[in-house]
Design a protein around this ligand. Sequence first.
Ligand code: NAP
Length: 197
Amino acid sequence: MGGTFDPIHLGHLVTAEQARVDLGLDEVLFIPAGQPWQKDGTTPAEHRYVMTVLATAANPAFRVSRAEIDRPGPTYTVETLRRLRARLPDAHLCFITGADAIRSILTWKDAEECLQLADFVAASRPGHDLGALEAEGFTDQVRVLDVPALAISSTDIRERFKADRSVSYLIPAEVEQYARKHGLYGTVGGLEADEPC
Ligand code: NAP
């Protein structure tokens, strides 16, 4: 499961669980993007990685990969999929991410190869225009997963933090505590949280 996870929220976790059950997956590997090359100003990768670990720690079928955050340079999904394919030559790989992200797949590096290396699963939030995916000819190559809980979005969570509005029950409590401790998303932060000890 690929994403920026800035921050990870319950919509991502519900998507992962729904994909695991509906597609009969053995496990879901969360892969926080290191340097998403099509966007600026994301939270440092290490913070996004730790929040993803905190959010998924209790589920034995969920794991988190450092592959993209440890790889220098811009993050390209094709490189991640090549690496996974080499390590797991017999596995059935599904790449799960948001439907909006998949709509731009033709702009990704080696898009055709990506689609050959894994089955793509597009998680769609309520009200999402699936017609756009169809019109762009993706529906043969991409499976759509309807996820009502994806009404939650990372953008909304960041805005809530900034405006000092509640994020309870939208993100795991551990993620909220971590974000506040480190002063992420405009929160005040623990004074000495990032000081070397
Ligand atoms: P994004 O543009 O931040 O997100 C697009 C939409 O998809 C947002 O609504 C987002 O909601 C949702 N979304 C993202 N990840 C999701 C997930 N795992 N489950 C459910 N919804 C999700 O997309 P992004 O996070 O940058 O990129 C998504 C994935 O595509 C990453 O793995 C990224 O590396 C990959 N990608 C690869 C290339 C390339 O190889 N060149 C280019 C672009 C993206 P939230 O904001 O709430 O998550």
